[in-house]
Design a protein around this ligand. Structure first.
Ligand SMILES: [Zn+2]
Length: 249
């Protein structure tokens, strides 16, 4: 796949390998920061993962809008392919029949790609069933274009959709997570620091918390993200006064 732009390529690779920093991924990387922060910020109903960015009801309108724009692109490109292929042909045919055929193609694409959220994800990744190309050819008038050109157009259409998805859904989502992190006191520095080792962290929290057995509510608060500064300063003290804790089993 050809990319003019590095960040677009990087987005494609990340979404393909499920390496986007969605909250389900973040929680495995930094459970200390994200264990209690798994829900998608826009709906606050379901946990955020790659597929949820396609299935969330709060995103339906945006995704519809992106699809519409993408299909306008597809339609324009099909017409160009047709014109290219039939320079000497009767132009009346184009206006009367071709638009109808193209609209049938668009309906078919929508039905197939929006059949499941997984098929929508696959389309975004640029992965489609081989039959899709053949099927599209059957909708179009004979000699309209070639299979190779349609396959190439599908790839370009997928890129078009993914780029819009990146700017309208993903970048917007990143802004709201950054805002939420900021509110929770998660600075860039904290996020860049290496995560603490869990077992040692638990030992420390328990030994220092004399009320732990009696006071469940304060315990719950302790487990939330807010006291991260407290945890950070404890780790700093360990390192400053006794580095050996890192080596204890
Ligand atoms: Zn949702």
């Amino acid at each position: 796949m050809f990319f003019k732009n590095n960040s677009k390529r990087s987005f494609w690779i990340k979404i393909l390998h499920n390496e986007l920093s969605t909250l389900d991924v973040l929680v495995t990387r930094r459970p200390d920061l994200y264990a209690n922060f798994k829900k998608y910020t826009l709906c606050l109903e379901e946990e955020e993962n790659r597929l949820h960015l396609f299935s969330c009801s709060k995103l339906t309108n945006i995704i519809e809008e992106i699809w519409k724009t993408t299909m306008e692109y597809f339609k324009k490109e099909i017409l160009l392919l047709y014109q290219d292929h039939n320079k000497k042909e009767d132009k009346d045919f184009q206006s009367q029949n071709l638009l109808k055929e193209i609209n049938n193609t668009l309906d078919y694409l929508k039905l197939t790609i929006f059949n499941t959220y997984n098929s929508l994800l696959n389309f975004t990744l640029g992965l489609f069933n081989k039959d899709l190309t053949k099927k599209i050819i059957t909708f179009l008038p004979k000699n309209c274009t070639s299979t190779t050109k349609i396959r190439d157009l599908l790839t370009r259409t997928s890129n078009h959709f993914r780029n819009l998805f990146r700017s309208k859904v993903w970048n917007f989502r990143c802004e709201s997570i950054n805002e939420a992190d900021h509110t929770r006191g998660l600075t860039k520095k904290i996020k860049k620091n290496k995560p603490p080792i869990n077992t040692n962290l638990n030992k420390l929290t328990n030994s220092n918390n004399t009320k732990s057995t009696n006071d469940n509510t304060s315990n719950k608060k302790e487990n939330n993200i807010k006291p991260i500064k407290f945890i950070e300063s404890e780790i700093y003290d360990w390192i400053k006064y006794d580095r050996k804790w890192l080596n204890t089993p």
